[in-house]
Ligand binder design. Structure first.
Ligand code: HEC
Ligand code: HEC
Length: 289
């Protein structure tokens, strides 16, 4: 060590006295702000060790004067959550769907719970807010129901699904008329008749011929005037709401080879209370009956 403190000629900063190949080391002081933050963290750490569990030793650790443990904290939070559930969700558990609809407070809780469950379980197919997916999954926010729009009918659809593996699933199969049951000309005519039900036929002559095929083949499920049948899940054909499209091409395609959409059963995936909240939520989307 040099006796006299040398200073760097260029910057005026003290030198440490170390030198390698002519490169000298400066003794640059730490920035003030950095030092103060550093001291503050030391004070903070000391305080933390007094108040909170901190110092480990054999078979345990210091407890801290506040007596805090993360385990107690979690237990408290769980208890608070259970209390909250007991208030709202337990009442929903006990109430019939129809009773929930009549009780503003329960309705609010069920709709909120149902909305969360819908986003997680249903929106992938039915769209956010039940807006549907054009040409594949039905809108749930309108008043057009394939399988019924009462809250109990909706609950049953959710519980067992549609053409799912559940033995109690809603199931009905429109025959594939393109596989030999009807000729392409007959399918064309019956499609014209279906279009005429909503005033969209392009040929009255073809629609007239199609009406005969319709009465023989289709009316049993879809109703004589195309009014639909919720028992059989046969959609109404006389409105402007289409599951698979209302163009002639879409109708010909459906009659030739029906889509037979599948919805999974949610019994076993979601508990009864969640399914109940979902049914209430869907019912309240706008078109509940
Ligand atoms: C894999 C896609 C899929 C998922 C996920 C799904 N659905 Fe469906 N859902 C369908 C299909 C397809 C139909 C129509 C089937 C048919 O009748 O041809 C349908 C029909 C329905 C219907 C009957 C609509 C009517 O007009 O009668 C309701 C109610 C319904 N879904 C509610 C739900 C709810 C609530 C969830 C979430 C718990 C859900 N769906 C999840 C595919 C799905
Ligand atoms: C056994 C009952 C049954 C019979 C018979 C039947 N359908 Fe269907 N139809 C259904 C069901 C169920 C659906 C729902 C969609 C699916 O399963 O593919 C449907 C759907 C449709 C759709 C689509 C509706 C939409 O909203 O997109 C059209 C169009 C249709 N049927 C026309 C016909 C015509 C035309 C005939 C006669 C040639 C016929 N159906 C015979 C049960 C039937």
């Amino acid at each position: 060590m040099p006796t006299k403190i040398e200073k760097d000629a260029l910057t005026g900063i003290e030198l440490k006295g170390h030198e390698w190949d002519g490169i000298k080391e400066l003794n640059t002081p730490l920035p003030r702000w950095w030092l103060y933050v550093f001291y503050a963290t030391i004070v903070w750490a000391a305080g933390y060790m007094v108040f909170y569990p901190a110092v480990p030793w054999l078979g345990g650790h210091s407890v801290g004067v506040l007596g805090y443990t993360a385990r107690d904290d979690l237990a408290d939070k769980l208890k608070a959550q259970q209390a909250r559930r007991a208030g709202g969700v337990a009442k929903i558990e006990a109430a019939a769907p129809a009773a929930i609809l009549k009780d503003q407070e329960l309705l609010k809780i069920a709709r909120r719970g149902g909305e969360v469950a819908f986003k997680e379980n249903c929106a992938a197919c039915h769209g956010v807010g039940g807006a549907g997916t054009k040409g594949s999954y039905p809108v749930l926010a309108d008043d057009d129901w394939i399988w019924g729009g009462s809250v109990d009918a909706i609950a049953l659809t959710i519980r067992h699904g549609i053409r799912s593996e559940d033995p109690n699933a809603r199931a009905s199969e429109m025959p594939a008329y393109g596989a030999g049951l009807l000729t392409p000309a007959q399918i064309d005519e019956v499609a014209e008749f279906v279009l005429s039900l909503s005033g969209k036929a392009t040929s009255t002559a073809a629609a007239g011929k199609g009406s005969i095929t319709y009465a023989e083949q289709c009316a049993a499920c879809h109703g004589e005037k195309g009014q639909g049948n919720v028992e059989l899940g046969a959609p109404k054909l006389s409105d402007q709401i289409w599951l698979y499209g209302g163009t002639k091409a879409a109708i010909v395609a459906q009659v030739s080879k029906p889509r037979q959409g599948v919805m999974p059963a949610f019994e076993g995936r979601l508990d009864e209370t969640t399914r109940k909240m979902l049914a209430v939520y869907v019912h309240a989307l706008g078109g509940g009956q």
